[in-house]
Design a protein around this ligand. Structure first.
Ligand code: ADP
Ligand code: MG
Length: 229
């Protein structure tokens, strides 16, 4: 069994933290933000300096599944003073033991997608592609496929979106890297097929930057106990 998943299950964690979820994604070839998990304000300042400002600070824990609601996210941190302030504010707001504080690059891009995975009792792992951001629920613009499927099938999912024009050149921003997005959709399906202990995957958002590159900015892998060792 995958190491990250095995140790999480042994600890009784309900999910992989954002940091570990992204390590899984990365292992499956999905681009994720550059980030460092730190344990102190001093380490945070060093990590932010190495990444380059602006950065994003987030509390990281397998038990923090909705971070914004918990006051656990600070975006657009411009300098060290703001970083240390955010570190303290988040620590106080969350008030629980953490895996650490996540210091990550701030990704620019007006276009946000959501990629998800759920297990259907009848069909098995289903991969979802949708529009992200504030309009997700309003527009309800999604495409689904049962895994496994290939990259051509994934390109068809994109073509099914009513808002597919967003993937083309858009307000002066480059077209989205459709091949990488297709590979990511295929990989999410494969991840579920190869790891029975994955109950759900939620990549929200996957940001398309002005150059058309994709980046998973947040990820959550929810676990379920399995019999298999
Ligand atoms: P939540 O657990 O609440 O979903 P997220 O990690 O998704 O937390 O952060 C909330 C929002 O903050 C995201 O939807 C995104 O708009 C923004 N955000 C988070 N991380 C970044 C980042 N690295 N770069 C740019 N925006 C980000
Ligand atoms: Mg999110």
């Amino acid at each position: 069994m995958n190491q990250l998943i095995q140790s999480a299950l042994q600890k009784g964690d309900p999910a992989l933290s954002e940091y570990k979820s992204k390590q899984m994604l990365k292992a499956y070839g999905i681009p994720v933000t550059r980030e460092t998990l730190v344990q102190s304000p001093g380490e945070a300042a060093a990590a932010a300096g190495a990444l380059g400002y602006p950065v994003v600070v987030k509390a990281c824990s397998p038990r923090l599944m909705h971070k914004s609601e918990a006051g656990a996210v600070a975006v657009g941190i411009q300098d060290e003073a703001a970083l240390l302030q955010a570190y303290d504010r988040i620590t106080a707001a969350v008030a629980q033991p953490l895996e650490g504080m996540l210091i990550q690059e701030m990704v620019r891009g007006a276009r946000e997608l959501v990629v998800g995975l759920t297990r259907d009792a009848q069909f098995g792992p289903c991969v979802m592609l949708g529009l992200g951001g504030v309009l997700t629920e309003v527009l309800n613009d999604t495409a689904f496929r049962v895994a496994p499927f290939d990259a051509d099938e994934a390109l068809d999912m994109m073509a099914e979106l009513r808002s597919k024009k967003m993937l083309d050149q858009f307000r002066g921003q480059a077209p989205a890297d459709r091949q990488t997005l297709a590979q990511a959709l295929v990989a999410v399906g494969r991840m579920a097929l190869e790891n029975e202990a994955i109950a759900e995957i939620d990549i929200n958002p996957l940001i398309i930057d002005p150059q058309g590159r994709l980046m998973a900015v947040d990820a959550l892998i929810v676990l379920q106990p399995t019999d298999r060792k």
